[in-house]
Structures are given as C-alpha cells and as structure tokens.
Design a protein around this ligand. Structure first.
Ligand code: BYC
Length: 334
C-alpha cells in the first residue's frame, strides 16, 4: 500500500506549466534551505522523490541482506550470553529494514516493487555484506567496524530533509550503538585473550578494514549523486568527510585494543588534524557493487529462497485480511 496519494507518474499527470514548476521548485528549495522537513504529502521535485526511493530502498535492502553474514553465526555463538546478544542484534536489523521500507512507501512505491528490484538485481545493497564471516571474530569486527561505519553515516541522515527517513534514523542509530558496543566487546575479549584469540581478532580486522571504508561510497569527485543530494540536504556530509570521521574515530579504538590497522600509510597529520590513510582498492569496490564480490550470488540466492519460502505466509495473511474485511462488511450491513 502506498501512503501518499501521488507518485512519480502523478507528478507528470499534474503537468503544471514550466513557470509554475519553477516556482514550486524555488519554494521547495527555500523550505529545504530553511531547515524545514519535507513530508510525504508536500510537493517535491520528481528527481528528489526518485533519489530518495533509490537511496532509502537500497538502505532497507542493506539492513535485510545484512542479517545474513551474522545470522550465519547464531547457532555457533560461543556462549548463551553471546547468542542472546547476537540474536537481538540480527532481529534489530530486520526491524530497521521494515521501518525503512515503510518510510520508502510514503514516497508512493509499494514494498513489492522495491523488493522486486532487489531480487532482479536492479537495486543495490551495501557492498559490505558481500564478504564472508569465516570466524567468530568476524562477528566482533562487524559490530565494531560495520555498525561503527553505519552509525557515522546514519547520524548525518538523522538530519536528512525528508521527515520519515530522518525520523527512522533516530531510533536506528540508538540500536546501532548497542550493536557497535557488543561488537567492540567481542573484539576486546579476543584481543585480551590467548595468542590464538588475538590472532583471530587481528585477522578479522585485516579482512574487514578496507571493505568498511568502502561503505562510504566513492570519492566525492567520483560520486555522481553527491552534489545534488547535498543541495537537497538528503546528504549532510560528503562520502569522504564521513569516511575521514570514521578513520579518526576508529584508529584510537584499535590502538586501545593493541591491534594494528592494515594500512602502512596510516599516519596522524598534525597540520590537517586528521589521520592520512592509504587508497582504497576501487577496482574491488566496483567489482563488488556490480555483483562480483565473494558472496553476491549466495546473498541474493538466500533472499530469493526466503521470499519463496514465505509465500504461504503472505497468502495466509491476505486470506485472513480478506476474511476480516468480509466479516466487518457483514456486521455493518446487519
Ligand atoms: N555499496 O553517488 P554515490 C547496516 C553506489 S546497513 C553499494 O556516492 P549516494 C547494517 C550508489 O548506490 C546500513 N553501492 O551514491 C545492517 C550509487 O549507485 P546507484 C547501510 C554503493 O547514494 C546489518 C553509486 O555507487 N547503510 O548498518 O549519493 C548488519 C554512486 O555512489 C556503495 C546505508 O545504506 C556501497 N558501499 O551515496 C550490520 C546508508 N556506495 O544507486 C549493519 C544509506 C555507493 O546510482 N545510503 N554505492 O546505482 C547512503 O548514505 C548513500 O546511498 C551512500 C552512497 C553513501 C551509500
């Protein structure tokens, strides 16, 4: 169901004159510049709506696909306490996906449409979830680094100009901060453990560091959407600014753990007041987002199977809703 009573097609159907459209666009931009939120029933440029549908649906897909690498370890968590925390975290990610799918529906697309785009490979999801979780230390590294990077990105999105997205981010960030701490605590326990455990923690950091930096997207100079999204205040900080913030925040955390970030060029730059760091392997990034990462096929297969397996639930829910609707109609008639 779409909440808004207009969609991308209706923008065209309404077809105001060029002059009227220019005036609407001016008023829209003035509202954005005045830091007022755009709400679902407000007029918005078709391209703003399209950008939000793209980014928000891809964000929702990331939350849902993001359950898979960690879900892989629920049955093998090393203690009951770890299992309970991991289960809660993975369930939170499902909830995040659902809030963001709902927020995306306020833009006039249905959940079925956005999910079809994921299943057909048209819509992306975050590159990070195409890497395998081969040891328990990876669960720590995901919480610490992946949720850590997600928080940096999402705190900025709490001030996004589109109301439903910004509001969804507030709760999501609170939950992500629990996720980040549970991950950091796992890595800390390993880093303070036996030699073998310390090696596991270092190995996980070695494998997850660079993919975590890739989560922020291409350099600003290579990011086709950034300029417009910043002008519309969908994005508040650029990809490179957020990446730098993440590096600055995470290096002292690694130092505290006694772990080494796998980047020989990493160095504090007194003049800039930031860490300098090495270049990301952009060939790897683009291969992963084009569907050729280590686990892309496996992840999509798992989502397609889950969708097929859930067919009976959707059918039963629809039949139940239909029965209730018919019963309510009969009661009104009686
Ligand atoms: N992976 O012009 P750009 C979580 C694409 S889940 C894949 O900079 P934009 C969690 C980009 O889509 C939270 N694709 O784009 C869950 C675009 O392609 P399209 C995940 C990427 O949108 C479970 C093209 O590259 N967070 O926390 O202005 C367990 C050009 O890029 C990536 C979000 O989804 C990437 N890393 O900026 C644990 C955040 N980077 O769409 C944790 C919401 C770029 O034209 N999204 N691309 O085909 C955003 O903030 C922005 O969309 C991005 C990219 C910063 C990611």
């Amino acid at each position: 169901m779409a909440y808004a009573n207009f969609g991308p097609e209706d923008d065209r159907a309404a077809a105001p004159s060029d002059e009227a459209t220019a005036e609407l666009e001016r008023a829209f931009q003035a509202k954005v510049d005045a830091e007022e939120r755009i709400e679902p029933k407000d007029w918005m440029p078709a391209a703003y709506r399209k950008t939000l549908i793209r980014q928000m649906s891809q964000h929702a897909h990331s939350e849902v696909v993001g359950m898979l690498p960690e879900g892989n370890w629920i049955t093998r968590a090393p203690s009951l306490r770890r299992k309970v925390a991991l289960l809660a975290k993975v369930q939170d990610e499902a909830g995040h996906g659902l809030y963001i799918y709902s927020a995306t529906e306020t833009l006039g697309v249905t959940r079925d449409e956005t999910i079809d785009d994921l299943h057909s490979g048209k819509a992306k999801y975050s590159s990070i979830f195409n890497y395998p979780t081969t040891t328990w230390a990876d669960i720590g590294a995901i919480g610490w680094l992946v949720d850590g990077a997600a928080i940096v990105n999402q705190v900025a999105l709490c001030r996004c100009s589109y109301g439903p997205y910004a509001r969804a981010m507030v709760r999501i960030c609170k939950e992500e901060s629990f996720h980040q701490r549970q991950g950091y605590e796992i890595v800390m326990t390993l880093a303070q453990g036996t030699d073998e455990q310390r090696e596991m923690a270092q190995d996980a950091l070695d494998r997850w560091w660079w993919p975590s930096l890739m989560m922020f997207g291409p350099h600003d100079t290579d990011s086709p959407h950034s300029q417009q999204s910043m002008a519309w205040k969908i994005k508040r900080k650029s990809n490179d600014e957020l990446r730098q913030h993440f590096v600055d925040m995470t290096v002292p955390q690694a130092e505290y753990l006694g772990l080494k970030i796998p980047d020989p060029e990493l160095k504090w730059n007194e003049e800039r007041g930031h860490y300098d760091f090495g270049e990301i392997d952009w060939d790897e990034f683009y291969a992963v987002i084009k569907g050729n990462g280590p686990c892309n096929r496996e992840r999509l297969r798992a989502r397609l199977d889950a969708h097929d397996d859930g067919e009976w639930v959707r059918e039963a829910a629809t039949a139940h809703a239909e029965k209730r609707r018919r019963r309510a109609k009969k009661e009104v008639a009686a």
